[in-house]
Design a protein. Structure first.
Lengths: 396, 467
């Protein structure tokens, strides 16, 4: 087991998770590994499909060089299985089986939850699929982009229309497989809940979990559904307001007046200290209605401020004034954030077989009594086949 | 029925709600609806508000936990009083989206803010307590002593200033799982920083990942990280309960809105650090064109109608051949420039134009059905109205649950979008009910959780402790 004896037990220490997944649900297993579970990724002899997804280390493809695979499989072990019978055999030694097979596939392959659980009643079987195991779209095909479209976040994101109100750019989905990540996160939560119940009032009983990435993706657009329900209005695409710093870097600059008078008071003090408040020093601006009607003046003053400071400095100036401003960073620029560094967030792991080390995002929250587990680099293909066979031999 | 690990009765009620007649908790009233739920008996004292924190506790509520929102009548949760406002009863007819816009009467009520209804399903209860009243703090302490989890999303240090730092919570309830959720968390040099979703999205790279090449990022138009942070808040609660079961000990778990986002960029961090390819570079991000794995065609294409779009995504030769067949084998598809995936990626712009010429003549759902029938990943770009009114899959899965309360008619609301065979989650939580009116459960909670009698409940109300 992964936890060293002198360390506090992780929340899922001793829990055996078997994963049969393409890139759509590997993020689920990554969470469960971080919580201390022994997550074993079962793969066909050629490797899981995600091992063929780029980018690759030094741009040289190879099953042990996919950085996409590394990112979502850090902390796991890998076994190669020859056929579905071997996979079912491994299930018998597991507490949790996470897979990405559609309803027709599990039935055809004898990997359906009732069959697996007849042999291992305590098994939690979690299927993460594009549309779930029921409904008219259950057998439809989807990648992350299709799910971002159907789920609604794509329709709501993109650039503003032109002056005539017509859009000359498409709705946009984020990179990074956010629909799959949302589904995987919900899957991890459901697995945790199922284990809590199994080991408590459930008296050892596992269950089947059916996660539809479409439903997960559909439930994330915050106020858009409620806006439609309340007013009939559908959200129009367009970015949040940004200020451009002296170095050209953009700063997301929300001014949440609705939170109370302290918001404008903080902003005014900041602008006056920098000598750019202009008309905002007029006491009339103390009235929220006046501010709302003359918001252009507020924004112009912010732009005068922005022109004098670089993006990172502007972010901190706004924050010192109590404003929820944030400089727009690329994902890798986050590695330099001093706050995350102080929280010990990023973890460096050695990859001795390629003579490199790599930095991975670590604990998603700080739980000092049960720290996040991130010690294993992502597994080489089949690296632990013999080891797992020996350890997992006894059925659960 | 208490949560299996809960040792109710081990914890002395230490607060100063010296009301007459306080005794053992009353037996719960009505028998709860439905069968087993995963978190049956788990009690969460919930100080969260807005989106981030409330998303976490709604998940637990949908799993069966008893979530008691502690609220204030003087400072109601902003989403209770912000537009959009839920229409007056009877104001909407068949379906939704037809409500009149003249429903500003909602502003006078703390129960009409629409976003509140997004984040407070799960059968949450609401009590109103004046925490500044000396007896108010004592009342909260009594509730802490009888709760498994204390969850909050105030700025760092706020609850401590009320007199409820973790050390105090632990004194009241030694195995309490205390989960704080705020922008930068409670540890580190920048804990005073404040965030809303878009702030955290900017700082963590999420905003950056939405955009067309060589233009400023478009970003997310909603607070994606309120959702993601909330999911991780729920994970923290479940992790804390799992740890308590194994060790008997509680802890403070510190959730920020930053850490939950750092792994959302997948391989981009590794590509930058190991391959020397920073994400801030010409041509990146790539809009809807996914570089890994490559697809062509792959993206959003115009469909018939104003601003209607459909996504088509061909990753394999099978997808491509099926698409060509569905389009009626146009001659251009046989040209050399489209003969392999690599060739199609190289000529993606020309290919996109040809595919769009075909999709733009057709309804987006027609394209989706035709292509899915042929074995091509495709999907309409759906907005909120589409999800409610035109999505047969969400309807068949029971994605929306009609729930209201005494002030608003039932609305199609969302909860935990996961099916579990033995412990099904429910958007109405254990009580199968809609989001609570402000203070709706004050008296019930005082009676059932603290065992107060009617006279004691009335005394607290009369003294302005509960409002």
């Amino acid at each position: 087991m992964s936890a060293a004896p002198d360390e506090a037990p992780a929340p899922l220490a001793g829990v055996r998770v078997l994963e049969w997944s393409d890139e759509s649900a590997e993020y689920c297993g990554r969470f469960l590994a971080g919580l201390g579970a022994d997550v074993v990724k079962a793969e066909p002899p050629g490797g899981a499909p995600s091992r063929a997804v780029g980018p690759f280390l030094d741009d040289e493809p190879g099953p042990d060089r996919s950085l996409a695979f590394w990112a979502d499989n850090v902390g796991k072990r890998s076994v190669v299985v020859g056929d579905d019978a071997e996979l079912a055999e491994l299930c018998a030694g597991a507490d949790v089986f996470v897979h990405t097979l559609r309803a027709s596939q599990v039935a055809a392959r004898g990997l359906d939850a009732p069959t697996l659980r007849a042999r291992t009643p305590g098994l939690v079987v979690c299927a993460v699929t594009p549309f779930g195991h029921s409904g008219p779209w259950a057998e439809y095909l989807a990648d992350d982009l299709v799910l971002m479209a159907l789920g609604g976040s794509m329709a709501a994101c993109g650039y503003a229309p032109g002056p005539d109100g017509a859009y000359d750019t498409p709705p946009l989905a984020s990179l990074g497989d956010q629909a799959w990540r949302t589904a995987s996160t919900y899957a991890a939560l459901a697995v945790m809940a199922a284990l809590l119940w199994r080991d408590g009032p459930g008296q050892g009983a596992g269950q089947a979990i059916d996660v539809s990435a479409h439903e997960c993706s559909a439930s994330m657009t915050e106020w858009h559904l409620m806006t439609y329900l309340c007013s009939g209005a559908v959200h129009r695409r367009g970015p949040h307001p940004t200020l451009r710093g002296a170095d050209g870097r953009l700063v997301a600059a929300l001014n949440p007046d609705f939170l109370g008078p302290h918001v404008f008071a903080g902003m005014l003090a900041m602008l006056e200290a920098d000598g750019v408040a202009g008309p905002l020093s007029d006491p009339a601006f103390a009235d929220p209605g006046h501010r709302a009607r003359n918001y252009r003046e507020v924004w112009q003053a912010c732009k005068r401020l922005a022109a004098k400071h670089d993006g990172e400095a502007l972010y901190r100036l706004g924050q010192q004034a109590g404003l929820p401003w944030g400089v727009i960073r690329s994902p890798d620029e986050v590695l330099d954030d001093p706050h995350l560094a102080a929280r010990g967030h990023f973890v460096e792991l050695e990859h001795p077989e390629v003579g490199r080390s790599a930095v991975y995002p670590g604990a998603p929250f700080l739980a000092h009594a049960s720290p996040w587990v991130l010690r294993r680099r992502p597994p080489l293909l089949g690296e632990h086949t013999a080891e797992v066979a020996a350890e997992w031999g006894a059925p659960r | 029925m208490p949560f299996p690990d809960t040792r109710v009765g081990d914890h002395t009620i230490v607060g100063a709600v010296t009301a007459p007649g306080r005794g053992q908790p009353a037996a719960s009233g009505a028998e709860p609806a439905g069968g087993a739920m995963a978190l049956d008996g788990l009690r969460i004292l919930d100080f969260t508000r807005l989106g981030f924190g409330s998303q976490a506790t709604l998940i637990c509520g949908c799993l069966g936990a008893e979530v008691i929102r502690v609220e204030s009548t003087r400072f109601p949760d902003a989403v209770r009083v912000m537009p959009p406002f839920v229409p007056d009863p009877g104001e909407h007819g068949e379906g939704f989206g037809a409500a009149t816009l003249a429903n500003a009467t909602g502003a006078a009520s703390p129960n009409r803010g629409g976003i509140f209804y997004k984040y407070n399903t799960g059968g949450k209860k609401s009590i109103t307590v004046d925490a500044r009243h000396p007896r108010g703090l004592a009342l909260l302490e009594d509730l802490v002593a009888r709760s498994d989890v204390v969850a909050e999303s105030f700025a760092a240090g706020t609850l401590a200033r009320w007199g409820l730092p973790y050390e105090r919570l632990r004194a009241l309830r030694p195995d309490v799982v205390y989960v704080s959720m705020c922008g930068f968390g409670h540890e580190g040099p920048d804990t005073a920083h404040v965030t809303m979703g878009p702030t955290a999205q900017a700082l963590t790279g999420s905003t950056f990942m939405v955009g067309l090449p060589d233009r400023p990022p478009a970003g997310w138009s909603f607070s994606y990280l309120d959702h993601v942070g909330g999911y991780l808040g729920a994970m923290a609660i479940l992790a804390g309960i799992s740890h308590r079961r194994r060790t008997g000990e509680g802890q403070h778990i510190d959730v920020s809105q930053l850490e939950p986002a750092t792994a959302l960029s997948g391989a981009l961090l590794l590509d930058a650090a190991l391959n020397g390819r920073p994400a801030r570079r010409p041509g990146f991000p790539t809009g809807n064109r996914r570089p890994h794995p490559p697809t062509a065609p792959g993206g959003a294409y115009r469909a018939a109608g104003e601003d209607r779009w459909v996504v088509v995504s061909c990753r394999t030769e099978e997808h491509w051949r099926a698409l060509v067949g569905a389009m009626g084998d146009p001659p251009w598809a046989a040209e050399e420039r489209f003969a392999s995936l690599a060739a199609r990626v190289r000529h993606a712009e020309e290919l996109d134009a040809l595919v769009e010429a075909w999709t733009s003549q057709r309804d987006r759902y027609e394209v989706m059905a035709l292509l899915q029938g042929a074995g091509v990943p495709a999907g309409a770009v759906q907005d909120a109205a589409d999800r409610l009114e035109r999505d047969p899959q969400l309807a068949a899965r029971g994605h929306f649950t009609m729930l209201g309360n005494a002030e608003v008619d039932p609305l199609p609301l969302e909860g935990l979008p996961v099916r579990m065979s033995a412990t099904p989650p429910h958007t109405g939580g254990r009580l199968r009910r809609g989001p609570p009116l402000l203070g709706e459960d004050t008296a019930t909670v005082l009676r059932d959780v603290l065992g107060l009698d009617d006279a004691a409940v009335a005394d607290l109300a009369g003294d302005g402790v509960t409002t």
